[in-house]
Design a protein around this ligand. Structure first.
Ligand SMILES: [Fe+2]
Length: 199
């Protein structure tokens, strides 16, 4: 099945029906942030970026889970031949390529854990992986937000982990990397970011 905006939208619609939740609203904002930022990057396709954003949490179709949603999403996409989207289903949670930097629970089998550990260590990231890592931290279910707001939101829900500060630093570094490409603050590309951050 070809991966395009339509097939990705349909996949998200079906997933949101099988496991309704705020995650789908978050996902839509992630996708829009990816598209808006990619539009200002010479080497990225806005359509591709949008689709990868839309699919990054698709593993949540399988129900409420922690890190299991990463491998569920990977398998979902691989089954359809969407290899890069599959990689992003895992890579978006590992801006640092080390399984021990996870903030979630590995509610997966031993084999799946080992697979993810190897996958994360060996994956070669490109700007699409990094863009989704960044945009995942720029979107709440209610809209775009200041990175720091999302950092606190995630930390309240998942707790403070040994890698929390390193993860924040990495995301800030990725934001700066994209701003070098776009030539502007990424926040200027996110409509409503001020209203949603300070609501
Ligand atoms: Fe996400």
């Amino acid at each position: 099945m070809e991966l395009n905006r339509q097939t990705a939208e349909l996949a998200l619609k079906e997933a949101s029906e099988s496991n309704p939740g705020a995650w789908t609203d978050h996902t839509r904002y992630v996708a829009r942030a990816c598209k808006n930022i990619a539009l200002h990057c010479k080497t990225l396709s806005a359509d591709q970026a949008y689709v990868y954003g839309l699919l990054h949490d698709i593993g949540r179709y399988a129900g409420v889970s922690s890190e299991k949603h990463l491998i569920d999403g990977y398998r979902y996409c691989m089954k359809r031949g969407w290899e890069k989207a599959a990689q992003i289903c895992i890579s978006h949670a590992f801006m640092i390529q080390d399984i021990d930097t996870s903030i979630g629970k590995f509610d997966v089998s031993e084999d799946d854990y080992l697979f993810m550990k190897e996958f994360v260590a060996n994956a070669v990231y490109d700007d699409y992986d990094r863009l989704v890592q960044l945009c995942d931290a720029l979107a709440m279910p209610t809209g775009f937000c200041l990175l720091e707001k999302r950092f606190v939101d995630v930390t309240i829900r998942y707790g403070f982990h040994p890698a929390t500060i390193s993860r924040w630093k990495k995301v800030i570094e990725i934001k700066e990397m994209f701003e070098t490409q776009t030539g502007c603050s990424v926040y200027t590309l996110l409509p409503g970011v001020v209203e949603n951050s300070f609501r």
